[in-house]
Design a protein around this ligand. Structure first.
Ligand code: COA
Length: 275
């Protein structure tokens, strides 16, 4: 299935992976108001889509995303406060709230330029893989603004103090290998292997119980801002909830397959899902 919209494209070839592609290649996939509205709508649809087990966000052409569209998002909305409010809300909702709470696994596949506002969706995805030659740029100070729209916040949460301030203030570009060394992404691979490596990661994750993965990522994100006692309490409650709500009964299956049937070893692999 290929669903072409005005500024995005949704692809799914029946293997559980949905490719959500920012599709304004002539503008390096800069995010304009239509793209924000279409992405918000698409994420709402895909949350409940049974064909989507893993969601990959990427860009068409040479860029992942060149950030907010300076003409259509900034200049044209400067004198239209009502539309600015509506679009800025959509922009934050899809790039942060929807993506970071997306119930399936999400992967940012950074195929080229990743600038400014695009760091938000990069950070919100569970995984990020980039081409070694992809270029990253916190370009805001170069055109007279600070990294707003929560870009400074995600950079502060992801990079070290020194690296974050260095790139916020110099706006120097860095490539995929450097992004890997700074742990902004999981790993960088040669550009020609990017899609295949992304599919390999998605396939590895699809072998595991999706209800467990969802609970595990929700739990990780939630405990990051809790103290030790709160986290323990929360994780106990979350574990109890998973035990009763998991339609696969993963906990029982996992124990039965290891202890009784000896069909796998959890230290090395997931339990066979359709046993
Ligand atoms: N907003 C609006 N248009 C953008 C854009 C953006 N953020 N980024 C790229 N474009 C447009 C260019 O205006 C150009 O359009 P045109 O062909 O109609 O003139 C087209 O995309 C290609 O960009 P160009 O600058 O010619 O490509 P390049 O390969 O020489 O340079 C970049 C790539 C990413 C270095 C450069 O496009 C750039 O600096 N973009 C702005 C990035 C930015 O600051 N983003 C942060 C916004 S929060």
């Amino acid at each position: 299935m290929v669903d072409e919209r005005k500024t995005i494209r949704i692809e799914n070839y029946g293997d559980g992976i949905t490719w959500l592609v920012l599709n304004r290649p002539d503008k390096h996939n800069a995010m304009n108001p239509t793209m924000h509205e279409e992405m918000l709508q698409a994420l709402d649809e895909l949350e409940a889509d049974e064909q989507t087990q893993v969601l990959v966000i990427t860009g068409s052409g040479e860029a992942f995303c060149a950030g907010q569209d300076l003409q259509e998002y900034f200049r044209e909305l400067d004198n239209n406060p009502e539309k600015r409010l509506k679009i800025s809300r959509a922009s934050h909702q899809w790039r942060f709230q929807r993506l970071s709470h997306f119930p399936k696994i999400t992967i940012a596949m950074v195929n080229g330029w990743c600038c400014g506002g695009a760091f938000t969706q990069l950070f919100a995805c569970d995984f990020a893989i980039a081409a070694e030659n992809a270029q990253f740029s916190l370009s805001e100070v170069n055109w007279g603004i600070l990294p707003g729209g929560n870009v400074t916040k995600v950079v502060a949460d992801c990079l070290s103090y020194r690296d974050a301030l260095y790139y916020i203030l110099t706006a120097e570009t860095f490539n995929g290998k450097k992004a890997e060394a700074m742990r902004l992404i999981n790993y960088a691979v040669p550009a020609e292997a990017l899609r295949e490596e992304t599919i390999a990661l998605a396939q590895k994750l699809m072998k595991k119980n999706p209800y467990t993965l969802r609970a595990a990522k929700e739990a990780y994100r939630a405990v990051r801002t809790m103290n030790y006692d709160q986290a323990l309490e929360y994780l106990n409650a979350k574990s109890a909830q998973l035990k009763t709500s998991d339609p696969e009964r993963g906990r029982e299956t996992g124990m039965r397959e290891f202890l009784d049937r000896k069909s796998y070893r959890p230290g090395l692999e997931p339990y066979p899902r359709h046993s």
